[in-house]
Design a protein. Structure first.
Length: 146
C-alpha cells in the first residue's frame, strides 16, 4: 500500500506543492531564527523540491501519456505569460496581489529586502501557475485522446 502511494503521481504533486508552500511560508514569515538556520532550511527545501520535481517526471509512461505530458509542458507557459500580462494591465489583479504581498514587503525590516521577497513570491506564484496549467492541459489532452 505504501509503495503504491509513494509511486503515484498525485503523491508527488501534493508533496511538491507542500514543499513550495513551506518554502514561501518560511521565507515570508520567518520567526526569530538566526539567518544561518533560515538559509539552511531554505537550502534543504530547495534540494527536496528539485529532487521531487525530477523524480515525478521520471516515471514509466506509454506513448499516449508521454504525448500528453509533452503537450502540457509546451503549452503551460502560455498560462504563465497570460497571468503576467494580466498582472501588468488588469487593475483588480494588481490590487489583489498588492493586498496579499504588499504588506509583507512594507513590513519587512529583516536582512531580506521587501522587493526581493516580492520577486520570490512572484516566482513561486508563476511556478504554481505553471504546474497547475501543465496538470490541467495534460489531463485535457488525455481526456480527448482516450
Amino acid at each position: 500500500m505504501l509503495t503504491k502511494l509513494t509511486d503515484s503521481r498525485p503523491a508527488f504533486d501534493i508533496a511538491l506543492v507542500a514543499l513550495l508552500l513551506a518554502f514561501g511560508a518560511i521565507l515570508i514569515n520567518r520567526p526569530d531564527l538566526p539567518s544561518v538556520v533560515t538559509a539552511a532550511i531554505l537550502i534543504v527545501l530547495t534540494v527536496l523540491i528539485t529532487a521531487i520535481g525530477v523524480r515525478r517526471e521520471n516515471k514509466r509512461m506509454d506513448e499516449v501519456e508521454l504525448a500528453a505530458v509533452n503537450f502540457g509542458s509546451r503549452w503551460s507557459i502560455t498560462a504563465v505569460v497570460s497571468f503576467m500580462l494580466m498582472l501588468c494591465f488588469f487593475g483588480p489583479l494588481q490590487d489583489g496581489i498588492d493586498s496579499i504581498f504588499g504588506a509583507v514587503a512594507g513590513a519587512r525590516n529583516g536582512p531580506i529586502p521587501g522587493t526581493v521577497l516580492i520577486f520570490i513570491s512572484g516566482l513561486l506564484s508563476a511556478l504554481v501557475v505553471l504546474l497547475a496549467s501543465k496538470f490541467v492541459l495534460t489531463r485535457i489532452w488525455l481526456w480527448n485522446k482516450r
